[in-house]
Design a protein around this ligand. Structure first.
Ligand code: GNR
Ligand code: NI
Length: 170
């Protein structure tokens, strides 16, 4: 089932995801919904907090359109190491119409559980490293706007407020 993606300034986007105590069928069903929602959007990643499920879970698929899908599931993720610097033009499904260059680490080593509950470690760079940091932020209630300079932050805030107002009273 495709879920509704929350848009900034929805307060739920500021909440922290709770630890997933057990990777149950219920969690796997949520993962299926998230994948459907992400592919429909379309997006390269989605955090559970973006659909109002306040748990430590995100998914990523950075495969190109011509490539077969490559869904990666991260449950209870921990970033073990972040090195280097990389600036990337980012977008976010919770900020429709907004793109901005954001500074991040170039490489990350992450530890998480997969959809079977098994722990794995992964070293990532490029878009995958960017997406992992972006989604990890979501689980802490952090958003791309928090990485912007004061001017762009204000502009983005205003743009999103205006958009929300227009949608409330079209
Ligand atoms: O679809 C998305 N694209 C994207 C592009 C550059 C950096 C990060 C992202 S993540 C975003 C989907 C999203 O909002 N995930 O939380
Ligand atoms: Ni996002």
């Amino acid at each position: 089932m495709v879920r509704t993606i929350l848009h900034y300034p929805d307060k739920r986007l500021r909440e922290r995801g709770k630890k997933v105590e057990a990777v149950t069928d219920e969690v796997r069903k949520l993962i299926d919904d998230m994948a459907e929602t992400m592919y429909a959007a379309p997006g390269v990643g989605l955090a559970a907090t973006q659909i109002g499920e306040l748990i430590q879970l995100f998914i990523i698929d950075i495969a190109d359109n011509e490539e077969p899908s490559d869904l990666r599931v991260f449950i209870n993720p921990e970033i073990l190491e972040a090195t280097g610097e990389l600036t990337w033009q980012e977008g976010c499904l919770s900020f429709p119409g907004v793109t901005e260059e954001i500074d991040r680490a170039a490489k990350v080593r992450v530890r998480a559980q997969d959809r079977g509950g098994k722990w794995f470690e992964l070293e990532a760079e490029g878009l995958l490293a960017i997406a992992i940091q972006h989604e990890f932020d979501h689980l802490q209630g952090l958003l791309m706007i928090d990485h912007m300079g004061p001017l762009k932050k204000r502009l983005t805030h205003r743009k999103m407020i205006k958009r929300a107002e227009e949608q409330a009273a079209p």
